[in-house]
Design a protein around this ligand. Sequence first.
Ligand code: TNX
Length: 708
Amino acid sequence: MRWLRRRGRHLAVLATALLALPLPAAASQAAAASPSPHPAPYALVPQPVSQQAVQGQGFTLTPRTPIAVLSKNAAAWGVGTYVSKMLAPATGYSLPVVRDTRTRKNAVVLDPNGPKSLGAEGYTLSSGKHGVVVRAHGAEGLFRGVQTLRQLLPAEVESHSRQPGPWTVSPVRITDSPRYGYRGVMLDVARRFYPVEQVKRYIDQAAAYKINTLHLHLTDDQGWRIAIDAVPNLTKVGASTQSGFTGGTNWYYSAEDYKEIVAHATSRFMTVVPEIDGPGHTQAALASVPELNCDDKAKPPYSGFDVGISLYCLQDKEHTANTSRFLRTVIKAVARLTPGPYIHLGGDETPQATPEQYGAYVKAATEATTARNKTVMGWHQLGQAAVPSGSIMQFWGEADDRESIGTPQETESIRFVRNGVAQGAKFVMSPSDHAYLDMKYDVSTPYGLSWSGYVPVQKSYEWDPATSTAKLDGTGSIVPAQQIAGVEAALWADRAYEGSNALPTPSTRWPEPHAYADYMSYPRLPALAEVGWTPQSARDWKDFRQRLAQHGPRWAAAGIGYHAAPGIPWPGTVKVVEGAHSVETGGKALDNPGGSTSDGTGLVLWAPNRGGNQTWTFTRQSDGSYTMTNKTSGKCAEATGGSGAAVVQRTCDNQAGQRWKVIPLDDGEHAIASAGSGLLLTAAAASDGATVTQQKSSGSALQRWTID
Ligand code: TNX
């Protein structure tokens, strides 16, 4: 890996410099590493299949640069208009879209007459001094290619206000197409209602990362969000609540609103998948339609935070028929408004249903769906019942499920998946420990849940859909490769408030839904977009985080309230070292073993847990160095002696052996050097219990630390 080699050298150079020169201030910026004005490969996300740097200058847009569409096709023309509008706010240009039949120079050429071999979404892009050509087989591929073009322009192009420019497209030659045809994101508009404008904004942002499916979780216990003319109570009563809110009158999408969302998604080549969840997660419907309840009495509307609380009445023929009739009405209405091929039937978390009741529900729901010529989608639980061949199951299991594969105690989820596979279903992978955007990044995340563990950015990136239903060692996948349709990131909203480790109180702060969505989705949605698009062999975390970092300024320019997650070398961010941190290398944390309070205890590495014995308070000293005080023991990290000497904790005395210089490296990591010896804090191995010593700079990765 190019990056790795270069980083090793930087560390050696820096450490040598450290002995000879006055130290750079710890808070100085990471060393810039771009020798040419057009470093390649560019920071594209998702990473294209192939990318070739082109010598020379890029193409600079002028106020008159034509966007030449080489076709009369209306959809291709639409992509031209889209490009012109997208570039307008920041550039101040209104680039003319011209219909043209031949390639021309000094233009942005959009050519939808490329070879069929590119597939529906593939494209080629070539840019150089004399212009840009995006070629695809049809408008959709052009649209995907245009998102790459966007990322070849400076970050300020994302701004909503006029910026100075110049607007130069980096020179490059790209050939690209996606790994999977289904690359989705789900918004839980049921627990938290997102107004139409916010949904459209989310669509625009996701489209920039080549996401092509928007799954709307329209119904749940806490709300029914789509107007059904024949059942007005669904919105009158069922839409009056959200998780944590009551008394709403317009917390739903009218048919017009929904059409507006669908039209917007369509213009971004995104398919909308509406979800009507059942037979559980249905309190909003049960509160609106009395005859769906066994006692024919409407339930109270629900604005709480529990799951698994509700079930349609499926105990007798009459009520099962009521439910079927209700589903036919709802699905007919939703299918009419939805041009896309899918209706998502939910099917998750129904602890109270017997297999017969569940089966009866799925039969009614799938029949209502296929009667409208739609393909059935559902959570993987749907696989326990009979489903039409070609249905799509959405897998949301986690490592525990994978661990059980092949053992006598396979989990229910794995059994349901097996059943779905046997019925010829396809699968969209949303493993909750990688793809659930409502899981907290780490202990400090204000919103969300952690039932599937924390999902830091690296975890959202480092997984392979091909093995998400395989054993932990990657073998024995239950879903054969040809039955994997793609990937979906899921942004649930049951805990979209600050301090979500506890239930909210009247003084709890609730961000606007878009602010919650921004924080939880960026940077993880782009990570998941790359999982769905880029071949596994072309993906590498260390390379990705470098590219991802360059998108921070794009999000800032676009007004996206992203989470500047630790471990990613965001440009221009000055690391504030002062304060309490976890100090990590090789995926392990600097640890005072067992929370010892004795002087002389040797420090080790251990799996990060953010405990007090892994928390180090950096206190700046007058020479620019820091002492590192362990939170549990109150003692200072100390290196005395020469190369190879153990680093221990001892009562703080401010001697040189307890002062550490923090040297930023070029990718957000740091060397930590003893102010006494100049030697570097070094771990013996990336394993639990590995000793920590001071050593000469060796270029080893175990001398590179993140201070999070
Ligand atoms: C489980 S995963 C659910 C949702 C919750 C989510 C919260 C699935 C299909 N159901 O009802 O919102 O966990 O993380």
